[in-house]
Design a protein around this ligand. Structure first.
Ligand code: AMP
Length: 173
């Protein structure tokens, strides 16, 4: 299954969730077992060299790819969630939305000093969400081994927000 075939299963939905946004809908891809498996295989092949100890998956579509990738890489998976969803003691990072700010949280015991973390989401746009996740890693004296995204919106230049760690993305727009 080629990257072109995977790309053909990502649908553009104009003006969702609001006018002017072209939403990248990954549901046809995850509904196609062969293509979904191939996408995860490509991500695994390209992230394995960075030798992560653990993966941080970002709510909520990051959970879909993060779960499969963590299994494939045989590493721990930890959840990065919106505020108020995780039941135990958390640490939180603020990030910028188009209007205002929001918070991402991780359980305080998810990140160990010195650990190498792979940060995973379905898509990078401005990079704010992934950068906030990286700040949680760095605050615990841990290391961002790499970032992995299925989709990168190149024209938004989100990599600029991410510092020095390698960025893997499969499909670019
Ligand atoms: P950002 O913080 O700007 O990099 O935005 C990334 C987050 O927003 C990811 O969790 C994406 O799932 C979501 N997102 C942003 N833009 C889009 C888009 N055009 N289509 C689908 N999801 C998007």
């Amino acid at each position: 299954m080629t990257l072109e075939q995977i790309r053909a299963l990502i649908r553009d939905v104009p003006d969702f969730p609001k006018p002017g946004i072209v939403f990248k809908d990954i549901t046809p891809l995850v509904a196609h077992p062969e293509a979904f498996r191939a996408a995860v295989d490509h991500l695994a092949e390209r992230t394995e060299p960075y030798r992560p100890d653990a993966l941080l998956a970002i709510e909520s579509r990051g959970f879909i790819f993060g779960t499969a990738l963590a299994q494939r890489l045989n590493v721990e998976m930890h959840l990065v969630r919106k505020r108020g969803k995780l039941p135990r003691q958390t640490v939180s990072a603020e990030y910028q939305l188009e209007y205002g700010t929001d918070h991402l949280e991780v359980h305080a015991d998810s990140i160990r000093a010195g650990g190498r973390y792979l940060i995973v989401d379905d898509l990078i746009a401005t990079g704010g969400t992934a950068a906030a996740t990286a700040s949680l890693v760095e605050r615990h004296d841990a290391v961002v081994a790499a970032y992995a995204f299925l989709i990168e919106l190149k024209f938004l230049d989100g990599r600029k927000a991410l510092g020095d760690a390698p960025v893997v993305s499969l499909i670019e727009y």
